[in-house]
Design a protein around this ligand. Sequence first.
Ligand SMILES: Cc1ncc(COP(=O)(O)O)c(C=O)c1O
Length: 374
Amino acid sequence: MTGDAVWLPYAALKGADQLEVVGTQGSIITLADGRRLIDGIASWWTACHGYNHPHIRQAVERQLAAFPHVMFGGLGHAPAWRLADTGRTRCLAFKGAYHGDTFATMAVCDPEEGMHSLFAAHLAKHDIIGLPTEPLSTAAFHAHLAAHAQNLAAILVEPLVQGAGGMIFHAPAVLRVLREAADRYGLPLIFDEIFTGFGRTGTMFACEQAGVAPDIITLSKALTGGTMALAATVANRKIVDAFWSDDPKRALMHGPTYMANPLACSAANASLDLFESDPRLSQVAAISAQLKAELEPFRNLPNVCDVRVMGAIGVVQLDSIDDLPALKSRLLAQNIWVRPFRDIIYLTPAFTITETELTHLTSGVRRVVADDKK
Ligand SMILES: Cc1ncc(COP(=O)(O)O)c(C=O)c1O
């Protein structure tokens, strides 16, 4: 059996390689040819507890035995209720942003740096400006709001780290600038914590580091510990009150077929249990310290222009990557699974990765980077 008939994400139809996976455990991906790769990116940052965590598997198996799915229109169930318990026309979004590949979310990604230029003519228009990170961009941000706030529905940002846009970090103070501006102009502030949520930046949610809360937070990826597809949009009282009505015009007129899938909700509840029972944030702190110690010396390599670490995110930025496929093959030859893109190699491992596995990752990346421009 081969995967020849599938079109891979972010790849041309012709000639893209796909490695056949036959098993996963912890931070290890086992391939059909017997190779065992150390996963440096936890399946796009989802598998934060490592693969096949028994607590999540058992929760999903229990739910599977009870019922795998019922429609969420008119019917409900405990896994969704438990998960929910815990807990104008234009948007202002930012250069470098990535919020997803659906039409609505493509429209709020960076139009130039993003990967959606082919769709540009079909996307809704939003205001995409620079993040207020320094005096000039902060002045431009305030000027933009003063001129256009009356057309805006919300301000939307990935807090602290713009992930797929290039793993670009910004200071917590930026989020305070956004919060103050949103309050001043009466705009809802949306934090997309799909990448940063659930410990990835060192705190359970990135916004905690700024001491500000959004009005709406979007969550996914590590929500189920990488087990099932599920997203959640969580709103504060202010937003809820605005919809608290029996007027059908204020109803939620969206109902994806598998909304609140009980298996996915069970996986999410089990994943949240693990954040309570296991020392995930201390593990993130240890990974962070190790990444800093092991990546920092990369600065001395001739083609490295930046090294940055936040929580369990480590980024090595190169002057350029001339031959991405060749770089990927050399990384794979070290038995490590990472997905460099544009000019960066990044690590976002599972929080349960061992010290030895992480060292294997960083030293493999170092060998490849050191050989790159020889
Ligand atoms: C910050 C952020 N928002 C949204 C998304 C899109 O999530 P999904 O692929 O589940 O639509 C991603 C995926 O990488 C992301 O990193």
